[in-house]
Write a protein that binds this ligand. Structure first.
Ligand code: NAD
Ligand code: MG
Length: 406
């Protein structure tokens, strides 16, 4: 994450942005920020998974050079519709097309806003191509780990965190990162605690997908909403912080802060604490990622300190959120453990959202899969090996899901 030079202003052209996952919560917030700076940015490519109508609307509004969908049949439908409206966006299909867009020589910045490990390959493509990579897609870094960071280094990419906690830590650091990490004792990732912070633990098994997706402060995609409710989101963020900031597992702590005003903190060796504050709005970290090291208008409302009630902090209850502890276990465990954790969680959350398993079944599936898939040290030395491990974990997790739903 070096402060690499931005696009040369002497070329006097707008910066070209590729948004992977443009129809999602982060994707649409990114377009909202871009809409405030038409003189500075243009949209080069957009991508979606299934919401073809929304992608059509985005193409009509933004007129990108390319749009990407997973299936050829969907791509044909979109392409015909765009042509019928006299729009010139070229529609591509498949996972390889996402990688080509992320690495395209005309692209300056890539917003990685796909959910899940499906975003790993295009993130790596952007990293290898030396892009400014705006990372919302935490699962890609959790799965890719050291190999991901190595691709960033060797590709000369600039990796900018978009997850609000990691953006907060990043904003607390000196721009040149002088003294980092020598001056740091630890970081404190804040968490809202999700919608079930005060729920009677005896009723956790009856939680419905809609209840789990009703986050107190944010409207987010359904997968991250469930992750927030189990606090597996924070577990993924602990692993994400380890890689982004080169920290040991002991240097990462979590504190519950329901108001989500303090987005995270850095505790220095002298016990001075640096924090980043603001209204909870993803457009702030997105705008900072887009304009780094400058600051541009984000659309977020300003924090009114006189209107704030108390800011409260409490230790996380590991009995209520058993998945949280798995983050440190994964970091201390054999290489590849985080890949297995993430794969099992993706399978378990999908099963919960589909109504196949109960809310408390998510943790059982993840914990059992980690035990089953990692009986001996794994050291996946390549992305191919990582993806193989990911596939093996998914198969195993699916078996546990079947067992729970039988
Ligand atoms: P979302 O479900 O709203 O959107 C996901 C996007 O990815 C959609 O555009 C979808 O079409 C696309 N997509 C889904 N599966 C795909 C696949 N297999 N291949 C290609 N495209 C696919 O999710 P979101 O809430 O925007 O979250 C996106 C990422 O950002 C996640 O990794 C999440 O953890 C992270 N994040 C989100 C927030 C937030 O406030 N929403 C905050 C921090 C981090
Ligand atoms: Mg976050």
């Amino acid at each position: 994450m070096t402060a690499a030079a931005r696009t040369d202003p002497r070329t006097a052209r707008r910066e070209r942005v590729c948004i992977l996952g443009s129809t999602g919560s982060v994707g649409t917030s990114t377009l909202d920020v871009l809409s405030r700076h038409p003189e500075r940015f243009e949209v080069f490519a957009l991508s979606a998974h299934s919401r073809v109508d929304e992608l059509f609307e985005q193409c009509a509004r933004w007129q990108p050079r390319f749009a990407v969908l997973p299936e050829a049949a969907q791509a044909r439908v979109l392409s015909d519709r765009l042509k019928a409206h006299g729009l010139a966006t070229e529609v591509l299909a498949g996972a390889q097309a996402l990688c080509e867009m992320a690495a395209h020589e005309e692209v300056d910045a890539v917003m990685a806003a796909i959910v899940g490990a499906a975003g790993l390959a295009p993130c790596l493509a952007a990293a290898h191509a030396g892009k400014r990579l705006l990372l919302a897609n935490k699962e890609a870094l959790v799965v890719g780990g050291a190999l991901f960071m190595n691709a960033v280094r060797t590709g000369g990419a600039t990796l900018l965190p978009i997850d609000s906690e990691h953006s907060a830590i990043f904003q607390c650091l000196p721009l040149d990162r002088a003294g980092w990490p020598a001056h740091i004792d630890h970081v404190l990732l804040t968490s809202s605690g999700g919608p079930f912070r005060r729920r009677d633990p005896a009723t956790m098994s009856t939680i419905t997908p809609d209840e789990a997706c009703a986050h107190p402060n944010f409207a987010m995609g359904r997968k991250i909403s469930v992750d927030s409710a189990t606090m597996m989101n924070k577990a993924l963020e602990v692993i994400e912080a380890r890689w982004l900031f080169d920290l040991t597992p002991e240097q990462i702590q979590v504190v519950i802060h329901p108001q989500q005003i303090v987005h995270s903190m850095v505790v220095c060796r002298d016990n001075s604490v640096l924090a980043q504050l603001g209204t909870p709005d993803m457009r702030v970290p997105i705008a900072y990622g887009l304009s780094f090291p400058e600051r541009i208008e984000s659309g977020a409302s300003r924090l009114d300190f006189t209107a704030l009630s108390a800011l409260t902090f409490e230790a996380p209850d590991f009995a209520r959120y058993p998945g949280l502890a798995l983050a440190w276990e994964a970091l201390r465990g054999p290489e590849g453990c985080a890949t297995v954790l993430n794969a099992a969680n993706e399978v378990a959350v999908a099963a919960f959202l589909a109504g196949t398993i109960r809310f408390d079944g998510i943790h059982s599936v993840v914990a059992h899969t980690i035990d089953a898939v990692l009986p001996e040290p794994e050291s996946p030395g390549s992305i191919g090996a990582l993806l193989e491990l990911d596939a093996r974990a998914r198969q195993r997790a699916a078996l546990f899901v079947k067992g729970l739903s039988a």
